[in-house]
Design a protein around this ligand. Structure first.
Ligand SMILES: [Fe+2]
Ligand SMILES: [Fe+2]
Length: 274
């Protein structure tokens, strides 16, 4: 959107997949050149040296930069929060703040590390501000390992992987599980960890979401397991996307099948006739 395009890094929710949520205006744009220029002083700069090697956010053990504040410290959080405020629109920043609060709540309820949950929530939409050409360029720039079909047809869904790669290079002290959660937050994965699920659910159920079944789903917090809640939210968002006539990310079917098959008893041929 032109309004957000005036701010480096500001953009609407992704235009497909999970990003096609009703509350997330598809599309959105940003001055990709401005964002890239800004990132020359942040993630992209650090990513430059890693571009030759495909970036897989969880593939390396994060190492702290000597002298840098611990990535789980309040000081690091405050510094990234201030940086994020300059990267995104006020609406997006408010969404992120809501995700941080919801992630903290979920982490406390389900026994997940609170500082990691808060940091993942804070950084999950770090790269949300690129338009379609911009996020494709960003993916190349940071060496994100992305599906070419997704890059072509659902480029906004690249913002999770690109953010994880850029942040990994810019801030090596960020724990790998935080980066993985950021990478997975748009599509989920068949083997979601607790932190992954906390971020995914928090992104969907933060207080700024007021449409559809989100209030009912929020009522399930603490009443069902984290995995059950994640699957419920995944199913809800998937239905929303289908009802909106949007394409699904190719991985979504696999993620859905992986979890619903865990819920079902093994199928025995012929048992339906018993
Ligand atoms: Fe996102
Ligand atoms: Fe988000």
């Amino acid at each position: 959107m032109a309004r957000e395009g005036a701010k480096p890094g500001a953009a609407g929710k992704a235009g497909s997949g999970k990003g096609a949520r009703a509350a997330d205006a598809p599309g959105g744009s940003a001055a990709a050149g401005s964002a890239a220029a800004r990132d020359a002083g942040a993630g992209a700069q650090g990513a430059a040296g890693a571009a030759a090697e495909p970036c897989v956010p969880g593939s390396r053990v994060a190492a702290s930069t000597p002298g840098a504040p611990c990535a789980l410290s309040p000081e690091f959080f405050a510094a990234r929060e201030a940086e994020l405020r300059r990267r995104v629109s006020a609406k997006r920043f408010a969404h992120v703040q809501g995700v941080v609060r919801m992630a903290e709540r979920l982490a406390r309820v389900y026994g997940v590390d609170v500082p990691r949950a808060r940091l993942a929530a804070l950084l999950h939409d770090w790269d949300k501000g690129y338009d379609d050409p911009g996020i494709r360029a960003r993916a190349r720039e940071v060496g994100a390992d992305v599906d070419p079909w997704v890059a072509e047809h659902m480029p906004r869904l690249l913002h999770g992987p690109t953010a994880a790669c850029a942040l990994r290079c810019a801030h090596p002290g960020i724990p790998r599980e935080v980066l993985v959660a950021i990478e997975r937050h748009t599509t989920g994965a068949p083997d979601m960890g607790d932190l992954d699920m906390v971020l995914y659910v928090a992104d969907a159920l933060e207080e700024g979401r007021t449409f559809g079944r989100v209030e009912e789903l929020r009522g399930r917090i603490g009443r069902e397991s984290l995995e059950e809640l994640f699957v419920d939210v995944l199913g809800y968002w998937t239905i929303l996307i289908i009802e909106a006539g949007k394409p699904l990310h190719p991985d979504t079917v696999g993620v859905w099948n992986a979890y619903v098959m865990k819920r079902q008893k093994p199928f025995v041929h012929g048992e339906e006739r018993a």
